[in-house]
Design a protein around this ligand. Structure first.
Ligand code: SAM
Length: 202
């Protein structure tokens, strides 16, 4: 719990700078975001919506509930909703989702499970609220499995963790398995670090 609160405060602290800090990377990332959001169907939950970088890509006829535990990140996300879009923002911790079981057809998250204090607990909650045969669509950066790069990421991990609340050495595909997802498709987008992941709730 204390760890979660520390990370939440870090995101509150950087919320006003987040889009500026990320702007250099956003050119390539925005294409991946658009491709990911084009995949959604049915009722959608986005977790860790942050400043709402995915929100412009949702069609007006898609019903989206989007959560984040940082009220300051959510305040930024509000500004990115177009009139006519059906998007509801709510403060919530992904480790304790306040939704009934089997509620959503598609769950979206981008660059969130680097930060969640207990990633397996968060992914279990996602699985719980995802309908049977629903899908979790993710963009994530993870620890490289390359001989030098991986250990190097372990060594420098405390820096982004302290500044941002984000780990650069998470093994998110392994965490998905631990959370009970068995059918997982993974595509490497940049080296073996940035991945597009689709996990099927079977
Ligand atoms: C690196 S940002 C990514 C934001 C956004 N998804 C994007 O693609 O730009 C991580 C986000 O996850 C949120 N987050 C981290 N842990 C969370 C948790 N336990 N519950 C809900 N949101 C969380 C943070 O507040 C932050 O907005």
């Amino acid at each position: 719990m204390r760890k979660t609160e520390v990370i939440r405060r870090r995101y509150d602290r950087i919320a006003s700078l987040y889009d500026v800090l990320e702007s250099r990377m956003e050119k390539s990332v925005s294409k991946w975001r658009e491709e990911l959001i084009n995949e959604v169907c049915g009722t959608v939950l986005e977790v860790g919506v942050g400043t709402g970088k995915n929100l412009p890509y949702y069609a007006d006829n898609v019903g989206v509930t989007a959560i984040d535990f940082s009220t300051r990140m959510l305040a930024r996300a509000h500004r990115k909703i177009r009139s006519g879009q059906n998007i509801r923002l709510t403060v919530m911790d992904v480790q304790h989702l306040e939704f009934a079981d089997n509620k959503f057809d598609t769950i979206v998250c981008s660059f969130v499970f680097c930060s969640v204090a207990d990633p397996v607990a968060g992914l279990r909650e996602i699985r719980r609220v995802c309908k049977p045969r629903g899908r979790l669509l993710m963009l994530e950066h993870v620890r490289s499995e390359k001989a030098i790069l991986g250990p190097l990421m372990d060594i420098i991990n405390p820096v982004p963790l302290t500044l941002y609340g984000a780990n650069i050495n998470r093994r998110t595909v392994d965490n998905l398995h631990l959370a009970g997802f068995n059918n997982i498709q993974v595509i490497d987008l940049w080296l073996d670090i940035v991945k597009r992941i689709i996990a099927f709730n079977e």
